[in-house]
Design a protein around this ligand. Structure first.
Ligand code: PLP
Length: 360
């Protein structure tokens, strides 16, 4: 039997060099060597996010959601009023976090697969908002929101801008400084293609000032101690040392191979390759504003979950299912991680075979 192929949106397939690191003993970390590695991680994340010179980066041990929560509670307070783009389950997560901490907020509710447009923002002008939170790629539906539009709105309205780019970093262009983004969040198991367990928060100078002036009701997620420790390449508590070493290897590989633009172009070319090869199948793209990270597809015959199960059990291929109301309507195919055009050929062959058997 051929190897299993993973087209989910995380954890994704890792390069062999990254996997090999996982077999090593985990080193002690209160050392100058580990500090150096962490400072290199910070430098490369800033470079790949096009962050300002005076911005800072902290590495959190915890999945992406830990960093979403840390970002909200360290940079915002009950005196803020946040506008949240809610176009799916990750947008809803920002809403839930603000609910837990009583941070005032309103939602821009979007329909499934709907892109954010100027007219959505129009109603929220000059209404006393202080901050804006968005998952730039709403991974649950595959929509990639227009950062230029959001950036312009936030600059005009003077809003503090938090961008969850967890599934978008290294897959879609993102210019932190140019677009005036104050917080960018990402995670280890998406396009970084490392094991899950580490998430990353990049903070503008303005965001760092907010952190130091804030007293969030949290101990582990307080970013003041993370920022203080990060000055010398350390973390307040034992981090996921092994994953941080894998992240360092991966960031340096990207750098050597031509940098972030080359990596984004690679992901984009896989996405285009796949999208061009499925036009004859009974699927329809969910959005006309897709991220390069994922293709989200309607199953015309509402067999999305069956397709997921059959591919897994009969063809050893994992695509990404959806839950809830859209369980049978939509499935997703990822383009992040260590994938090649050959892998997509195998997926499309499997689709063709299933189509012949009436399983699509
Ligand atoms: C994956 C993802 C997250 C984080 O999920 P975790 O399971 O906590 O890592 C958050 N936002 C988006 C947009 C994501 O794609």
């Amino acid at each position: 039997m051929e190897n299993l192929i993973n087209f989910t949106v995380g954890p994704v397939q890792m390069l062999d060099e990254i996997r090999e690191i996982g077999a090593n003993q985990v080193p002690y970390f209160r050392t100058s060597e580990f500090s150096e590695l962490m400072l290199d991680n910070e430098k490369l994340i800033k470079e790949f996010m096009f962050a300002a010179e005076d911005s800072r980066v902290v590495f959190m041990t915890g999945s992406g959601t830990a960093s979403m929560e840390a970002s909200i509670i360290n940079t915002l307070t009950e005196k803020d009023k946040v506008l949240i783009v809610n176009g799916g389950s990750f947008g809803k997560r920002f809403v839930d976090i603000c609910d837990v901490y009583d941070i005032p907020h309103d939602e821009i509710k979007l329909n499934l697969g709907e892109a954010l447009k100027e007219e959505h923002l129009e109603n929220f002008k000059n209404k006393g908002y202080t901050a804006f939170a968005v998952n730039i790629h709403e991974t649950s539906t595959g929509v990639h929101y227009d950062i230029k539009l959001i950036s312009k709105f936030c600059k005009e309205q003077g809003l503090f801008l938090i961008v969850d780019a967890i599934s978008s970093f290294l897959a879609d262009e993102l210019y932190m400084e140019k677009f005036g983004i104050d917080v960018v969040i990402t995670g280890s198991q998406k396009a970084l293609a490392c094991p899950p367990g580490v998430s990353v928060i990049a903070l503008s100078k303005n965001a760092v000032d907010r952190v130091y002036n804030n007293k969030p009701k949290t101990f582990y997620l307080d970013l003041k101690s993370a920022l203080n420790n990060a000055e010398r390449g350390q973390t307040p508590f034992t981090p996921a040392v092994g994953i941080l070493i894998q992240i360092n290897k991966r960031l340096n590989q990207i750098k050597v191979n031509g940098g972030v633009e080359t990596e984004i172009a690679r992901v984009q070319s896989l996405a285009n390759y796949f999208r061009n090869k499925i036009k004859h199948l009974p699927f329809k793209e969910v959005t006309d504003s897709p991220s390069n990270a994922v293709t989200s597809l309607y199953s015309i015959n509402e067999k999305a979950n069956d397709i997921f199960i059959t591919l897994k059990d009969e063809y050893k291929i994992w695509i990404c299912p959806n839950g809830g109301e859209i369980k049978n309507k939509i499935f997703r195919v990822g383009h992040i991680g260590y994938l090649t055009e050959k892998d997509y050929d195998r997926l499309v062959d499997a689709f063709d075979d299933m189509n012949k058997k009436g399983l699509l």
